[in-house]
Design a protein around this ligand. Sequence first.
Ligand code: BTN
Length: 232
Amino acid sequence: MHIGETDSTNRWLRESPATDENVAIWADFQTAGRGCGTNTWESERGKNLLLSLLIHPTNIPANRQFLISEWISVALCELLESYIYNKVEIKWPNDIYVEGRKICGILIENRLQGDHIKDSIIGIGLNVNQQEFLSDAPNPVSLCQLLGHEVDREEVLQRFLQRKPLVSTLESIGVSYRNRLFLRGKLAEYQDCDGRFKGTLLDVEPDGRLVITDEEGRERRYAFKEVQFVLR
Ligand code: BTN
């Protein structure tokens, strides 16, 4: 379903009447687009894909909800690879990067029922045709900037919606996600609550925690927001 303007497509879905159907809603413009945490999401009117999906992944236990992040991140990498030759990577936990620049952000809001996921709202902000970014978001880039020409947003959306559903890819998703991890195996700088340090990104655990080996060989484990990448 397409709407011209709303405050946030994620909020729109969250406040819609409950349904067992899968729903996809996309907008031309958000007046209060939400990023992760307290961040906002910048998107010029009519230029990008602002999409939220409602899905019901009833077979995923609450303690494996990171699988949804893995699945959607890999699906978006594959979508982008059908347009560009550049390497598309996943910056943990689920930012999509091309050449060290962010092309897509994902905001996942799971609703739990007991030890299972009742439903999941997956918000996707994919930079398609925007050429100038005004917010202080680090290193944004769009498909248009990479390709040198505009791309039809609806065509991008249709290509994305035709991808395989979550259930059919669960077996292989962990490997695909880990193989695409930005800076995996490379020495890089990070910041945690004790300050900056250098380390090598080793892995992501099934619960989504990031594992970094520091220069003393110690393995450090982080939940989302407990560590930042220090990018130049
Ligand atoms: C991030 O901070 O990287 C996540 C950005 C997610 C933005 C998308 S745009 C569509 C959906 N609606 C929102 O308000 N946010 C998500």
